[in-house]
Design a protein around this ligand. Structure first.
Ligand SMILES: *[C@@H]1O[C@H](CO)[C@@H](O)[C@H](O)[C@H]1NC(C)=O
Ligand SMILES: *[C@@H]1O[C@H](CO)[C@@H](O)[C@H](O)[C@H]1NC(C)=O
Ligand SMILES: *[C@@H]1O[C@H](CO)[C@@H](O)[C@H](O)[C@H]1NC(C)=O
Ligand SMILES: *[C@@H]1O[C@H](CO)[C@@H](O)[C@H](O)[C@H]1NC(C)=O
Ligand SMILES: *[C@@H]1O[C@H](CO)[C@@H](O)[C@H](O)[C@H]1NC(C)=O
Length: 194
């Protein structure tokens, strides 16, 4: 009994600590994007956890790639990197091609994730046509390495990233991507217990 409680508290602690310390880029970017929306008299974006999940999958796919003048916000429209595993990302996030069709997926690459450059890579590039668009209401953000991915969602059935029947998908993914931290701490927990 005590054994189980120790492990779950370690897991919870690891999870909360990790959430608290790793989301600076996303938080700052969301606040910057919503200021931008405010300056255009548009509503703020609200968080969409399924879009967060898909953003995370895409960010992981770009993670190892170097920034160049033809990636991210400088991509020539029509030459975007095609992600061969995209259908898998959708199913990982319990989404399908219907509910994501009108959404917008916007990767940017900024060395060191300098906050001002990250923000202006959205507000001062071709991406601003999406930020300016009142049909986008929801947002998901993730960062990995030098990459940030923003996913915008609509409030229509063809872009709302509606959770599939199983609504636990978002948190499952979050847990999965942070599993390594937990396993590390679990190792400590078991060490002290035994
Ligand atoms: C936003 O609304 C305010 C007050 O209604 C108006 O003065 C301003 O020009 C508007 N700005 C834009 C970008 O539409
Ligand atoms: C991108 O960089 C390459 C090599 O550094 C250069 O040849 C090319 O002109 C650049 N393209 C743009 C659009 O700046
Ligand atoms: C976008 O980020 C790159 C760094 O990867 C930076 O050189 C460029 O100036 C940024 N573009 C804008 C419009 O902020
Ligand atoms: C978005 O709004 C900004 C600020 O009003 C403007 O500079 C930019 O041209 C707009 N972009 C598009 C694609 O409409
Ligand atoms: C996609 O998911 C939505 C929401 O769960 C559902 O209404 C729709 O029928 C699904 N479409 C396909 C093609 O599976």
């Amino acid at each position: 009994m005590g054994f189980q409680i120790s492990i779950s508290s370690f897991l919870l602690l690891a999870f909360l600590l990790h959430l608290a310390t790793s989301d600076d880029t996303s938080t700052q970017l969301l606040s910057g994007l919503n200021k931008y929306r405010g300056s255009l008299n548009l509503t703020s974006f609200t968080d969409n956890s399924n879009a967060d999940c898909l953003a995370e999958q895409v960010a992981l796919a770009f993670k190892g790639e170097e920034c160049s003048n033809s990636t991210g916000s400088s991509t020539v429209p029509g030459t975007e990197t095609q992600l061969p595993n995209f259908p898998n990302y959708l199913s990982t996030c319990h989404l399908n091609a219907t509910v994501t069709r009108d959404g917008s997926i916007m990767p940017v690459c900024v060395h060191g994730l300098t906050p001002d450059l990250v923000l202006s890579n959205y507000t001062e590039t071709q991406y601003n046509q999406f930020l300016n668009d009142s049909s986008f209401v929801g947002i998901g953000i993730a960062d990995e390495g030098n990459w940030v991915v923003v996913v915008l969602t609509t409030d229509t059935p063809t872009g709302n990233y509606a959770p599939a029947a199983d609504t636990t998908s978002g948190s499952t993914i979050l847990v999965a991507t942070h599993l390594y931290v937990m396993l590390l701490l679990l190792g400590f927990a078991l060490f002290f217990i035994s």
